[in-house]
Design a protein around this ligand. Structure first.
Ligand code: IMP
Length: 426
């Protein structure tokens, strides 16, 4: 199968970086299609940890073409820092391509992100404050600056001067200082000069690669429940991380997508505010948080922890086209006597098996659990499904039954080698 989409099937942080890196070994092209440096992918190579934000996970392999597609919002300053950081650690041979239609994140976006959060008070979203929402708002409002404009000094200055009039009015209204056109321009034109060599029409490039029969990996950021359309709105990000959005975000035909692999933890986590039906706050939550190192890659916040929610996973499968699952961090559950799995919700005395649309309803739902027996055996070096303890196998089969998706991979540790392959999908 020449194309594979990797997407988060929960609230982000499912371990997409590891699986992207796993498949990147056999990929020719790795594409990031949406989001920006709100994402944080951690990849472990030979015991060395790398945290990526905007750069695709194929960057470590000099044969891979890494593409930042048109659906992304890119902070040039941060992206160059990330690139220089990789270079300082010996990653000097890479292929990078940036869409001329991707939007640029500028200093006022970050300031406005912080200001909106402050004004929302108790209703704040808990954003990463990287300016992602304000940047996508400008795109929808048709006052955003795209890469093609950014790398042309004259066009950039003209667009910036137009946009800044509106942005300064907004900053002033929110009680912040106005920004100076020349200060931003003088700093950012230097970044633009460096970035220019990477900018091209990536839609053309991806289609050429598909026609040539290259293996293409679409690397998702965030997760389905953070989707602007299908997530727990308004507690979501400002783009769509679903597999079904990949063609739009990359400028390619939907028929080019072969498989969509949903990455899910063996339990659930969430950072930021918003409903989380299976959240737990007991000692079990601390046990999982410590064993799973559940602290944010970008913001270092402790992640909220809960049992696996198969109502949510089944919903994610339906709205985003997932046909396979990769079950992550199964080893973290080792040592628990009982493992719970949510298969229905109860709301106002009624049982339902779908996700309600409103926050009011989502805040009311109570998870209905199945209880399964845990296992004590160390599974971190298990290499095949057959060798897993019986209770772990039963857990995996139950997830398949409840989500209607087959489990293609199981991850039992952070290293590439700690991955059990069940099905060939790429
Ligand atoms: P924003 O994307 O910074 O606007 O944040 C909106 C919401 O999405 C917040 O709840 C963030 O914590 C969450 N979010 C954004 N990116 C990620 C991610 O990569 N992993 C997990 N949560 C994320």
């Amino acid at each position: 199968m020449p194309t594979l989409v990797i997407e988060g099937s929960q609230w982000g942080d499912e371990g997409k970086g590891k699986i992207t890196d796993y498949y990147a070994q056999i990929a020719d092209v790795v594409v990031r299609s949406q989001g920006g440096n709100n994402a944080g992918h951690t990849i472990t190579i030979n015991n060395e940890k790398f945290a990526l934000r905007s750069i695709p996970s194929g960057i470590f392999n000099p044969h891979i073409k890494n593409i930042l597609a048109s659906g992304m919002v890119i902070n040039p300053k941060q992206m160059l820092e990330e690139l220089h950081g990789l270079e300082a650690r010996g990653i000097t041979k890479y292929n990078l391509y940036i869409s001329n239609r991707a939007h640029v994140v500028l200093p006022y976006h970050e300031l406005l992100d912080g200001a909106y959060e402050k004004y929302k008070g108790d209703h704040k979203i808990g954003t990463t404050k990287r300016g992602i929402g304000p940047s996508y708002s400008d795109k929808a409002n048709r006052i955003g600056i795209r890469m093609g404009t950014f790398i042309d000094e004259e066009d950039f200055k003209e667009s910036l001067s137009e946009t800044l009039k509106i942005k300064n009015a907004e900053l002033k209204m929110l009680g912040l200082e106005e920004l100076d056109l020349n200060t931003i321009f003088d700093e950012y034109k230097i970044y633009a000069k460096e970035i220019k060599r990477y900018v091209c029409d990536t839609s053309l490039l991806i289609e050429e690669e598909i026609e040539r029969g290259s293996k293409i990996l679409f690397e998702g950021a965030q997760g389905v429940m953070l989707c602007l359309d299908h997530g727990t709105y308004p507690y979501v990000t400002s783009s769509s991380p679903t597999g079904s959005a990949v063609p739009l975000n990359c400028g390619i035909a939907p028929s080019y997508i072969n498989n969509i692999l949903g990455i899910c933890k063996s339990y659930t986590t969430r950072v930021g505010e918003g409903p989380f039906p299976t959240e737990i706050e007991s000692d079990i939550a601390s046990y999982i948080r410590e064993r799973g190192h559940e602290y944010g890659t970008v913001t270092k916040r402790p992640r909220r922890v809960g049992w696996l929610d198969c109502v949510e996973l089944n919903y994610a499968r339906r709205v985003s086209g997932i046909n396979y699952l990769s079950l992550m961090l199964l080893d973290v559950l080792t040592g628990l006597d009982e493992i719970k799995i949510c298969y229905k919700y109860e709301i106002d005395g009624k049982e339902i098996d779908y996700m309600p649309a409103t926050i009011k309803e989502l805040n009311k739902v109570k998870p209905v659990y199945l209880s399964l027996k845990g296992w004590d055996e160390d599974i971190s070096n298990v290499k095949s499904f057959d060798k897993l303890p019986e209770n772990a196998k039963m857990y995996v089969r139950k997830i398949e039954e409840l989500t209607k998706a087959s489990v293609a991979l199981i991850s039992v540790g952070p290293d590439r080698s700690q991955t059990i392959k069940i099905k060939e999908i790429f």
